[in-house]
Design a protein around this ligand. Structure first.
Ligand SMILES: Cc1cc2nc3c(=O)[nH]c(=O)nc-3n(C[C@H](O)[C@H](O)[C@H](O)COP(=O)(O)O)c2cc1C
Length: 205
């Protein structure tokens, strides 16, 4: 698909055809491609929970403001952001050292800058988790669109309850849910809403 068509045709799909399943191999390909999204120091502080079984979808529906798409779509993803994803335990640092991009001494300096400045406060750590995992989420939506799969992002859910359902670590955040599948062709979406233009949203210095 032409990239501008991917951008123009992606919509929050709302009405999914519950009879059309989403192939798990296709889902895996979509997510693997989307992980090419950029992230801070390439630390990739994200995770994905795939909610697929009928029972799991019904359970999630109750914690997601009873939004019908959660029940109707064959799959909903919970996109996870990791507040502590930059810490030394992340094996991406070992990868960087192995490939000669860094040594332990330089890494110590970077981590000290992270702890004392970049990610010193809980707000900064939360922003780090949300910024990076949102880029993964957007990439998943565009890659899915390119592969003929419709998506719908959501923040209408009880984060505490969702974290409990999937044993998500206390320090992690549930950035958003994304329902995925195929549109119910018998139902029509509202026309796309207005977008603010460059002139309306920009300042030039
Ligand atoms: C982070 C995020 C959270 C959203 N949460 C919800 C939601 O909980 N329920 C819902 O119906 N739509 C939700 N939406 C969908 C938006 O309403 C929709 O993307 C927007 O109106 C623009 O429509 P379009 O995506 O079709 O262009 C969310 C979108 C984003 C990006």
């Amino acid at each position: 698909m032409e990239f501008n068509n991917v951008i123009n045709e992606r919509r929050a799909a709302t009405f999914f055809d519950p009879k059309k399943d989403l192939d798990i191999t296709l889902l895996e390909e979509i997510i693997n491609e989307a992980t090419l999204a950029p992230s801070c120091f390439n630390t990739q502080p994200w995770g994905v929970v795939v909610i697929k079984s009928q029972e799991a979808r019904e359970e999630l529906f109750e914690k997601a403001c009873q939004q019908p798409k959660v029940k109707e779509a064959p799959v909903t993803l919970a996109i996870i952001g990791k507040r502590t994803g930059y810490e030394r335990e992340n094996s991406i640092w070992d990868e960087k050292i192995k490939n000669g991009y860094l040594d332990e001494e330089k890494l110590k300096g970077i981590l000290s800058f992270c702890n004392s400045s970049l990610f010193a406060t809980l707000d900064q750590k939360t922003a780090y988790a949300a910024r990076n995992s949102s880029l993964l989420a957007m990439s998943i939506m565009y890659v899915a669109q390119n592969r003929g799969v419709a998506t719908h992002p959501m923040i209408g859910f009880d984060e505490g309850a969702v974290k409990k359902l999937y044993d998500i670590e206390e320090e992690d955040i549930v950035t958003m849910l994304i329902s995925m599948g195929y549109p119910d062709e018998s139902r029509e979406l509202y026309p796309r809403e207005k977008r603010f233009t460059f002139k309306e949203i920009s300042k030039i210095y």
